[in-house]
Design a protein around this ligand. Structure first.
Ligand code: CP
Length: 306
């Protein structure tokens, strides 16, 4: 799709609905057979936080497309010694073909995208995790055959996952319910953005009531109660988040054919019980695999086929 070539992906809202659906379709095609498109292209991974899935799935996706990867751990670059982002961005732009960034502040990602002309991909910020949601939607589509009209409920912290799920579900015509404690709701601007996209045609519900959120949903989603950088708060959060634990009792309220997703890593018997994540409704391993397929589609499309 030529409209995507050379673009950045900082937020799911950077895509049109047609572009998002095109990526899911291309990912499914790539999953069914090897395609080599990006010989000699180089992807940089500038990750300021730990990562297993994102780092490995982007790397393998790029290798399978015929390209190369440079792991730019900030500790081995001048970033850790305070080189301004605007300088790093302009220099990396001269070497690389595409750059995936994992960082804390979303505005740092936006600064990179402003100063680097190459496509910049959000590999997770504190505000959004769009690549994860592309893989989640691909997994839901594989399980149910379509997306429109399904209902996803997310339980736990109103974090970057909740924000990106709000946008992704609204864009593809899914109902979305976010159940969080009062003081841990998703980003207000993104909630309004999702409501504007849904335009009254699908549900966008923010609630503190986990029981009502779970009623008859087809897709159950959760994430850790304390994200990277919030480790000191983790113990204090446990009693606050306990009513939002995805366990066998809460799962009884979901649709009979409901699936369970988790972006991983998971803290068993905190946000999700061992019985549920290892149970018959769990699709978390397919979901993790799909990171690779959907990011391959994203890389191929943002780079173009020349
Ligand atoms: N889901 C996810 O982004 O996993 P990693 O933190 O391991 O990359």
């Amino acid at each position: 799709m030529d409209t995507l070539k050379g673009r950045d992906l900082l937020s799911l809202a950077d895509l049109t609905v047609d572009e998002l659906l095109y990526l899911l379709d291309l990912a499914a095609k790539l999953k069914s057979g090897m395609v080599k498109l990006q010989r000699n292209k180089v992807l940089g991974l500038l990750f300021s936080k730990a990562s297993t899935r994102t780092r490995v799935s982007f790397s393998v996706a790029m290798y399978q497309l015929g390209g190369q990867v440079i792991d730019l751990n900030p500790n081995v670059t001048q970033v850790s010694r305070g080189e301004p982002l605007v300088d790093t961005a302009r220099v990396l732009d001269r070497y690389l073909d595409i750059l995936a960034i994992r960082t804390f502040e979303h505005k740092d990602l936006e600064t990179f995208a402003e100063y680097a002309k190459i496509p910049v991909i959000n590999a997770l910020t504190d505000l959004e995790h769009p690549c994860q949601v592309l893989a989640d939607l691909m997994t839901v589509q594989e399980c149910f055959g379509s997306l429109s009209g399904l209902t996803l409920a997310y339980f736990g912290d109103g974090n970057n996952m909740a924000n990106s799920l709000l946008l992704g579900c609204a864009m593809v015509g899914m109902n979305v319910r976010i159940a969080t404690p009062t003081d841990y709701q998703p980003n207000g601007e993104i909630v309004e953005q999702a409501k504007a996209i849904a335009d009254g045609k699908t549900e966008v519900i923010i609630t503190t009531d986990a029981t009502s959120a779970m009623q008859d949903v087809q897709v159950v989603y959760t994430d850790v109660w304390a994200s990277m950088g919030q480790e000191e708060e983790a113990r204090m959060r446990i009693p606050i988040f306990q009513p939002y634990q995805v366990n066998e009792k809460l799962m009884e309220l979901a649709a009979k054919d409901a699936i369970v997703l988790h972006c991983l890593p998971a803290h068993r018997d905190e946000e999700i019980t061992d019985a549920v994540i290892e149970g018959p409704q769990s699709r978390v391993w397919d979901e993790a695999e799909n990171r690779m397929h959907v990011q391959k589609a994203l890389l191929a499309t943002l780079l173009g086929s020349d």
